[in-house]
Write a protein that binds this ligand. Structure first.
Ligand SMILES: [Zn+2]
Length: 441
């Protein structure tokens, strides 16, 4: 059945190759795809069954959050103002060991997805355990996701050893592989928690299935110096030695990079996922985004988990990325607004190998669309709508969200998630998680 929907918008931020912004145009959705984008007066020919008048709004391609640990939203605010290793070893991992079961992943992921939809994210690239549950919640909510099959060299509640991690992960992929909202990759946690043997085992499986790898790499300087003293080479050189540097690799964080590293990433077409707020909050360091971009490397944007951010707000993440790049380089044009917008959308799609389907508003792409009301005190006047979005707008102005043509938020209300039920479940978890809390004062 052909279901046609016309969205009239004051601005359409397409994020096409020319960064085209259209004014007073209409976008026509047919089923799950964008059928046309044209002047509003010409749209009558499509005889749409539904028309949304968003003539004070900008619409833009849904954000692609290229690095998340969705279920960790239940650990938001658990341990703040302490460095990465103390945060992981003394708070996060003990809480996860005690509590992170299927129910935790179910409820934590639902909490994350509700926050992501409300803030305009339509696709997320996740790394966590119990991906069977993550997949269920993704399908129920209607959001799009790439789920990482987790690999780590110690037992967790999800799996006991490498063969167990692989077989459980692949079973979930097998079950959902034909679902259009789900994609899969391998997610080895980090070079310091995954051995060469483990990486060598998953590499041929990746190649055979044609799926990518998503890994934390060079998150801090101490990760790099410790690896050099233990193995005689940096984590990035180790991955190079294992022939893992390629366009199929998404490296997350990348704060400690020298010029030779950057050259290597460019040569092999490796993608980098920049997580500025997580890096700032854990005092991990700074990813040299401007140098990477200038070297032609695809840089996407991620929030990381809510336990180290502490939100999943891609509008905020774009602003932080743009301001941070200016601050560290002392160059006001180091990361302009339009580039932050590309990092949060089309660059994420490229990193996931999905740029033919999502990441921009163009004919024949999936209708993953976000509308934001700019007729507010905070965002008027508007001279450059992309600048307004990156530097002035806040997520509470986001009013409507569609994924694959299905409306997941209408007039600020979630349509697939019961928000009050979700709040009740979240408060129950708060009681169980509280004993692992770090009080900083
Ligand atoms: Zn992470």
């Amino acid at each position: 059945m052909q279901n046609t929907h016309q969205i009239n918008a004051r601005w359409i931020i397409t994020v096409d190759n020319e960064n085209t912004v259209l004014e007073n145009h209409a976008l026509i959705i047919q089923n799950d795809i964008i059928l046309d984008i044209l002047p509003q007066a010409d749209a009558i020919k499509y005889k749409p069954e539904q028309v949304s008048d968003l003539n004070e709004h900008a619409i833009f391609p849904g954000f692609i959050n290229a690095h998340t640990h969705a279920a960790m939203s239940l650990l938001k605010g658990l341990a703040d103002d302490i460095p990465l290793q103390e945060w992981l070893n003394e708070h996060i991992w003990p809480a996860e060991t005690a509590l992170a079961d299927e129910d935790f992943v179910n409820d934590g992921t639902e909490l994350a997805i509700a926050e992501m939809i409300k803030s305009g994210t339509t696709c997320f690239n996740d790394m966590y355990f119990f991906i069977n549950k993550t997949a269920e919640v993704v399908i129920q909510s209607g959001i799009r996701a790439c789920l990482g099959i987790p690999i780590i060299d110690f037992p967790t509640r999800w799996a006991k050893d490498l063969p167990d991690y692989i077989s459980k992960g692949l079973a979930v992929r097998e079950r959902y592989n034909n679902d259009k909202l789900l994609n899969f990759c391998f997610s080895p946690h980090a070079p310091y928690t995954v051995s060469d043997e483990s990486l060598k085992t998953i590499q041929p499986i990746m190649d055979e299935l044609g799926i990518r790898m998503h890994m934390h790499v060079h998150e801090t300087e101490s990760e790099v110096s410790q690896a050099i003293s233990e193995n005689g080479m940096s984590p990035l050189d180790r991955l190079d030695d294992l022939n893992l540097l390629s366009p199929d690799l998404l490296t997350v964080h990348m704060t400690a990079l020298n010029n030779a590293d950057i050259q290597k990433l460019a040569t092999h077409g490796v993608h980098v996922v920049h997580c500025p707020e997580s890096n700032l909050k854990l005092a991990s360091g700074n990813c040299p985004v401007t140098k990477l971009t200038n070297a032609g490397i695809n840089v996407a944007l991620g929030t990381d988990g809510s336990a180290s951010n502490n939100d999943l707000d891609m509008l905020g993440e774009m602003r932080t990325a743009a301001l941070l790049a200016k601050g560290v380089t002392k160059k006001a044009n180091a990361l302009p607004a339009y580039l932050a917008m590309r990092m949060a959308t089309i660059n994420g799609a490229k990193a996931l190998g999905m740029d033919n389907e999502i990441g921009s508003l163009e004919v024949n792409k999936q209708a993953d669309i976000v509308a934001i009301d700019l007729n507010t005190i905070e965002t008027q006047p508007v001279y450059d709508v992309i600048s307004t979005l990156v530097y002035s707008a806040s997520r509470s102005q986001i009013s409507d969200v569609w994924v694959a043509g299905k409306q997941l938020m209408a007039h600020h209300k979630l349509t697939t998630i019961d928000a009050s039920e979700l709040l009740k479940k979240t408060k129950n978890w708060q009681k169980k998680v509280y004993p692992f809390h770090h009080q900083s004062y």
